[in-house]
Design a protein around this ligand. Structure first.
Ligand code: PGA
Length: 251
């Protein structure tokens, strides 16, 4: 499978940022396109313009959240179908910032992922341990339990991506050691195989996220069971995002 390099812009961007999709398309080299799938998840209001700018390019557009219901009296919310209609083909779900600031539980993330699958979106389900949990030696246990509780029965290799994002590595410049990343990813693959069977588990992309930068991308993306990266800060500038994509492992 090609590696997936996904940009999570979080709450950054203004209308003119939509042009970054065309800018990215212009600097894409054919080598990058062969190695990696590229996804940008901007703030929701930018999705239609970004999707338009990315039309006829290999760049995909995603949302950063969706509701678990298909419609109704939910002020301020967006359904998965609305995200799709606006031009998104992916949606990030259960990011640790949403789990923390919006009190999203794994059960809630699971319901959102189910809704995303029903609407034909690929869900990127985020999981990751706190620093205290890692220091207590519980990183594998915590991430496996988040994985099982967040994964809906509708999950397949086509509609589901998992992003391992240790909370203490997000936006901090700190990154787990390479053996630590590889160990968690191997463990998650094993848990997926037990739950969904070997074949599906092999096809589900496992992304690493948390302070991925041009300087460390090649080492991280070369690790076994790392099928791509979810990039926050370093995805805001197209030059650094493309440098990360250029570090993708050749298929
Ligand atoms: P970061 O964010 O790359 O800025 O650490 C990653 C994320 O939160 O997805």
């Amino acid at each position: 499978m090609k590696q997936l390099i996904a940009a999570n812009w979080k709450m950054h961007g203004e209308t003119h940022w939509a042009q970054k999709a065309s800018q990215l398309a212009q600097i894409l080299t054919s080598g990058t396109q062969k190695r990696a799938d590229l996804l940008i998840c901007p703030p929701a209001f930018l999705i239609p313009a970004m999707a338009e700018a990315a039309k006829d390019t290999p760049i995909m557009i995603g949302a950063q959240n969706c509701h678990d219901q298909t419609g109704g009296a939910y002020t301020g919310e967006m359904s998965a179908a609305m995200c799709g209609d606006a031009g998104a083909s992916y949606v990030i779900l259960g990011h640790s910032e949403r789990r923390e600031y919006n009190a999203e539980s794994s059960a809630h993330v699971q319901a959102k992922a189910r809704a995303a699958h029903q609407a034909g979106l690929v869900s990127i389900i985020c999981i990751g341990e706190k620093l205290s949990q890692r220091e207590e030696g519980k990183a594998e246990e915590v991430t496996a339990s988040q994985l099982h509780a967040s994964l809906p029965e509708s999950a397949t290799a086509i509609n589901t991506v998992i992003a391992y994002e240790p909370i203490w590595a997000i936006g901090t410049g700190k990154v787990p050691s390479e053996p630590d990343i590889a160990a968690i990813h191997a463990h998650l693959r094993k848990e997926l195989a037990e739950r969904l069977g070997e074949k599906t588990a092999k096809g589900i992309a496992l992304l690493y996220g948390g302070s991925v930068k041009p300087a460390n991308a090649a080492q991280i993306l070369a690790l076994p069971n790392v099928d791509g990266a979810l990039v926050g800060g370093a995805s805001l500038e197209m030059d650094s995002f493309i440098e990360i994509a250029n570090a993708a492992r050749a298929v």
